[in-house]
Design a protein around this ligand. Sequence first.
Ligand code: AMP
Ligand code: MN
Ligand code: MN
Ligand code: MN
Length: 303
Amino acid sequence: MRRRGAHFAMIDDCLTSANRIGFVLPRVSFDLHSHSTASDGVLAPHELVARAAARGVSALALTDHDTVQGVAEAQAAAQVAGIRLVNGVEISVSWLGRTVHIVGLNVDTDNAPLLAGLATVRSGRVERARKMADSLAAVGIGAAFEGAAVYATNLEMIGRTHFARFLVNSGRVGSMPSVFKRFLVPGKPGYVKHEWASLSEAVGWIVGAGGEAVIAHPGRYDMGRVRMNELLGEFRALGGTAIEVVCGSHTTGHVPVFADYAAAFGLKASTGSDFHAPGEGGRDFGRLQALPPRCVPIWQDWV
Ligand code: AMP
Ligand code: MN
Ligand code: MN
Ligand code: MN
């Protein structure tokens, strides 16, 4: 039964690629969520593009946290690699006391209000990181700020991933997933509550820069149905238009759940690996499942 379903999904992919007179065009493989050294990825933008292209991605979005600094380099590399690069960003948001991430796609990376907004979101990171280091020192882990800073190419973007790499590479914790169980999350050493952008600011900056706002990895938020409905309703009202249905941190069980939310709220569906680093957990390029056929892909109207 599962095999049959997969087979039909494949045929459906081919049909959506067929033009009216029946030629089957090469299928575009979209990956609309990834990180470079401009935020907390380990590959420089040009290396990231080369890896994505080598693994069959033909339309990639660079969506660094709270910055578009890597996009120009990625655009140049994409021209060389012969793939499409979508200008993107992933904005950190505080919503009802939780952290939610909003991806912006096809943003104008020269838009002044967007750039000013992102600068304000980044501005608190170093002070937060100092407090995270204090919290780790209290459980006997010293010099964590300096340790994390080694992994931050761009110090103003220092964040939890850099601390996590320090904890793993100094032998204190076995793997990245276990860091985020034992440290750096609410109630655990190294977690510091932080006020990011508001949902309305983030969606406003993205839409104001000509982009489309997307709810990132909804399956990662520990929200029941009531809260998720509230989030999606507010997001839609503010001008948000899409939600990640397939993404690196979603299980196969999440996919139909968020396809249903997309349909219920009239949101388009996006897909992205959220790639950060080779071998660091999460999904690598070129391994995402297809969107369920009932989804309206965010790229439907892209030319
Ligand atoms: P920050 O913006 O500094 O709070 O860092 C958030 C980043 O930490 C995310 O973008 C991920 O890269 C990473 N992260 C958060 N939770 C996890 C997790 N459970 N496993 C792996 N990485 C995580
Ligand atoms: Mn990250
Ligand atoms: Mn995220
Ligand atoms: Mn991300």
